[in-house]
Design a protein around this ligand. Structure first.
Ligand code: FUL
Length: 682
């Protein structure tokens, strides 16, 4: 009998116990729509519009609607890929700066209704809205305030036009979760044939308060994005990185879209910011926002995408990754492979929260309902906090046995404001606490990466804050190693350096073309390579015993003794594909220092974002004295504009000390550029 009474009594007590009063908010705090949005974290951008077909980044506004056409256009493919990659929504460029609109707007002829796509009967906004619904994604629109096509741009009439179009977009396509207002605006354009420069006052011209009112009325749940919000702000750069210290608070009234000092002054947010306007990091999966065939080989690599993830979502920002949908109207195979690989890796990194197995103890708590255990569940609504007036505090986690880990994830309960200003992570070593990592802000989510650490007990200290910390989640993870082939670089003296994709991995290599294994040479320091050979290398994880796919690097003779005829042409033989030389004469002549048996040459076109002077037709000459030259090869680099990768030309073996590559023709008629020149002796 006694046995039954005691647990029942305890149960009764817990029902009667009242939850302690919640702490007072630290202002500013998010609106409900912002709280819902922050949980999305990761969503996609689609840049697909007239620029896709004109091969531009910014259209002038004079493009003909007929240029917009494709028979394969498939928004369901975009939505499928986004959802498989783990994204929670998609935002499409409904209208970019060139003014062409992707829906049959009643207010303009510059739209899909006058294109050849589906004989002018298509509505791409509708198709994508439906596809998003089918794949469980939220749907958002990008709308450029700047319109280089519209005759009234710059006049009050255009503001009515903009409001009319927004009304169409926000009433006819179901729920819209984000409305993206671009900060780039004002400048030259077609403007209905006027072909002139039109500047506007970015602060007043668009009558933003009225626009905001309209969006609120038609889509109360929609987040409005611009440099300064009102709901979500630009992170201040286009490479997808937030800041070591990122506040969701912003001096919103001092900010307007397109202001020149925004990135430096306001983008990281301010501790004492007056409004809750969290950061969104936007970045394209390729160099350009729009599709250009010549960037097919420049899709971001897995290590690059991971850097972006940890520097955006890991730093209190959402992440918006762009797909430049191609001229078929599909996400290109390379982009699809990259984003799916990335989605898989992120899933693996956070598969198992080791903290959920720990015993936890706090330096105190606020009372019933705010215990430390709340940080170990996956419920964002429950959090640990303290009695008022104790911003310095700590959590100790005991895993019961030694574990290995390399990630710490923390989340503040932001509905009551962002608070933490400094925190640290330590482990216990022989009765003492040893620092593993420290950082500043947390916000909605903060993730720290560090080398593998072994510990049974760890301590998280909240060192400074605007008030008591409210911690919703502590995550400890052991992210698997990024097991891909090492990267490499070469110096002009021939030395090769192999770069490990992750800490804790070993690298094995061979110099005879064989597939590397643990039995091969182990990479310790740079490898001197003075002859032509094939180097193969792979990364090896000593913990799992797994080895990556190998990379094959075909190396030729070092360039250290080469001398160009013109001094600054060294940039074309510096083993750095990122640098280039522009030749005023269209030729590049080299002294190889000695007579060499040549079997061919290589030409890497310049790799910069806005290329020029690609050689399309060449002549290759040799000389024994550097004075009289003999042409031994001539031809065309056929697809170099669309695919600016290294070109290889082979010929009958010939011995020469001097070589010369001459541009017979360049793609754009501009002076020839040389990214890198090499020889083939094998
Ligand atoms: C910028 C625009 O000018 C680019 O074309 C692109 O749309 C990017 C997302 O925003 O401000």
């Amino acid at each position: 009998m006694k046995k039954l009474i005691w647990p029942a009594f305890l149960l009764l007590l817990s029902f009667c116990q009242e939850k302690a009063a919640p702490p007072a908010p630290v202002l500013p705090v998010p609106e409900p729509r912002q709280i819902a949005w922050q949980e999305l974290e990761y969503y996609g951008f689609v840049h697909f519009n007239m620029n896709t077909f004109s091969d531009r980044e910014w259209g002038f506004g004079d493009e003909k609607p007929e240029m917009f056409n494709s028979t394969e256009m498939d928004p369901r493919q975009w939505a499928r890929i986004a959802s498989e990659a783990g994204m929670k929504g998609l935002i499409i460029t409904a209208k970019h700066h060139d003014g062409f609109v992707l829906w049959p707007s009643a207010y303009t002829e510059h739209s899909v209704k006058n294109s050849l796509w589906k004989d002018g009967k298509g509505d791409l906004i509708r198709e994508l809205a439906d596809a998003c619904k089918e794949y469980g994604l939220k749907f958002g629109i990008y709308y450029s305030p700047w319109d280089r096509n519209h005759p009234d741009y710059g006049k009050p009439e255009y503001i009515t036009y903009m409001r009319n179009q927004l009304t169409e977009l926000l009433t006819n396509y179901g729920e819209i979760y984000e409305v993206w207002f671009d900060g780039a605006n004002g400048g030259d354009g077609y403007y209905g044939g006027a072909n002139e420069q039109r500047m506007v006052d970015k602060l007043t011209y668009y009558e933003w308060p009225k626009v905001y009112e309209l969006v609120r009325e038609l889509q109360p749940g929609a987040m409005m994005f611009s440099d300064g919000g009102p709901d979500v702000r630009w992170v201040g750069n286009e490479h997808g990185f937030a800041y070591e210290t990122t506040w969701s608070n912003l001096m919103r009234d001092s900010v307007y879209a397109g202001m020149p000092d925004y990135p430096d002054k306001y983008a990281p947010g301010q501790e004492n910011g007056t409004h809750w306007v969290p950061a969104e990091s936007d970045v394209s999966i390729r160099p350009g926002w729009y599709y250009h065939k010549y960037e097919d080989h420049k899709v971001k690599t897995l290590p690059q995408l991971l850097e972006i993830y940890y520097n955006s979502i890991g730093r209190n920002s959402s992440l918006l990754i762009n797909f430049p949908v191609d001229t078929r109207g599909l996400i290109h195979e390379n982009d699809e492979a990259a984003i799916l690989r990335f989605g898989e890796k992120i899933k693996k990194d956070f598969e198992l929260n080791l903290a959920s197995f720990a015993e936890i103890e706090a330096s105190g708590d606020r009372g019933y309902g705010y215990e430390a255990e709340n940080v170990l569940d996956e419920d964002y609504q429950t959090y640990w906090t303290l009695k008022d007036g104790a911003p310095q505090s700590e959590l100790v986690l005991d895993f019961g046995k030694e574990i290995s880990f390399n990630r710490l994830l923390l989340q503040e309960y932001t509905p009551l404001g962002q608070r933490v200003k400094a925190f640290s992570l330590e482990r216990e070593v022989a009765g003492n606490w040893e620092l593993i990592a420290e950082a500043t802000t947390i916000g909605y989510k903060r993730i720290l990466r560090f080398e593998d650490v072994k510990a049974q007990k760890i301590r998280i200290k909240f060192l400074d804050g605007k008030d008591i910390p409210l911690i919703s989640k502590v995550g400890i993870y052991d992210a698997p190693k990024l097991l891909i082939a090492p990267a490499f670089s070469r110096k002009t003296d021939g030395t090769v350096e192999l770069i490990s994709p992750d800490s804790g991995l070993e690298i094995y290599y061979s110099l005879d073309g064989s597939t590397p294994s643990q039995e091969s040479l182990k990479y310790e320091t740079s490898i001197p390579v003075t002859e032509a050979l094939t180097l193969m290398a792979a990364s090896f994880d000593p913990v799992s015993g797994e080895i990556s796919e190998p990379i094959r690097i075909d190396l030729d003779l070092p360039k250290g003794n080469w001398k160009p005829f013109e001094a600054d042409a060294y940039k074309a033989i510096d083993e750095n594909g990122g640098s280039y030389w522009t030749s005023p004469t269209g030729t590049l002549s080299l002294d190889l220092g000695e007579s060499i048996d040549l079997k061919g040459f290589t030409y890497l076109p310049m790799q910069a974002r806005y290329p020029s002077g690609f050689i399309t037709n060449y002549s290759f000459e040799i000389s024994q004295d550097g004075k009289s030259w003999k042409e031994i090869a001539t031809g065309e680099f056929s697809n170099i504009v669309n695919s600016p990768v290294e070109q290889q030309v082979r010929f009958e073996s010939v011995s020469a000390r001097f070589i010369r590559l001459r541009a017979v023709k360049t793609a754009d008629g501009k002076p020839a550029t040389f990214g890198e020149i090499g020889i083939l002796t094998r």
